[in-house]
Design a protein around this ligand. Structure first.
Ligand SMILES: Cc1cc2nc3c(=O)[nH]c(=O)nc-3n(C[C@H](O)[C@H](O)[C@H](O)COP(=O)(O)O)c2cc1C
Length: 200
């Protein structure tokens, strides 16, 4: 079977892409509105772009043409925190993806613990073993009226006590047990890990 995206509607292409581009890391993004209302929402069209400088991207779809709260906040305050999700927070993370009004604080809704950040004003989430404080670099309207691409620079990384960090900053994945998103409503936990040396 061959599937040509131009023969299908965007809902099907979304299903197709999110089924085959797997497993995807989940950015659980905490922000503050310009009036100081906290917001927390997950995004799995999330990727590291480059390490020099340390940039990540998050593609945030619009809702009936309107920017999501995360995009508005990352734009108006210029800041966001990406919290890494573990299995213990899977249900809470999914709950924060509901379509809530901007006045609703999802951190309070699901009862996770906000901690002050150091370089940004947006809070980080204590239950996440790794938190990336970020500053917004650019917001590109990559699909006009439909999707905004948030490009952000990591300015500080918090690693929970007990997670080993080697001198070269390698962190073994099994020490923090991240969850990943698959197609539909499916999630994956860490499977078996293999080490393979690269050729010189
Ligand atoms: C695991 C997961 C991943 C998600 N990934 C994305 C994504 O990459 N882009 C997006 O626009 N919405 C994504 N969503 C939906 C948003 O979380 C949802 O629209 C949320 O309400 C946005 O919140 P906000 O308006 O407070 O920013 C995802 C939802 C879940 C549960």
């Amino acid at each position: 079977m061959q599937i040509d995206p131009k023969d299908y509607d965007s809902a099907r292409i979304y299903q197709l892409m999110t089924s085959v581009i797997v497993p995807r890391p989940i950015a659980w993004v905490s922000t503050l509105s310009k009036d100081g209302v906290p917001n927390l929402a997950p995004f799995s069209y999330f990727s590291g772009i480059t390490s020099q400088p340390p940039l990540v991207s998050i593609a945030a779809g619009r809702r009936r043409g309107a920017r999501k709260d995360t995009t508005n906040n990352a734009s108006s305050t210029g800041e966001l925190v990406i919290n890494i999700v573990t299995e213990a927070q899977l249900e809470n993370m999914v709950r924060t993806s509901g379509e809530y009004p901007p006045e609703l604080d999802e951190i309070e809704l699901v009862g996770v613990t906000p901690l002050p950040s150091i370089k940004v004003k947006a809070p980080r989430i204590a239950e996440a073993p790794i938190q990336l404080e970020c500053r917004t670099r650019q917001i590109l309207e990559i699909s006009p009226g439909i999707v905004d691409l948030i490009i952000a620079e990591i300015v500080l990384v918090h690693v929970a006590d007990g997670i080993p960090v080697s001198d070269n900053l390698f962190i073994p994945t099994e020490s923090f047990q991240p969850v990943a998103r698959l197609g539909g409503q499916r999630y994956a936990t860490l499977g078996s890990i293999r080490d393979i040396e690269r050729p010189r």
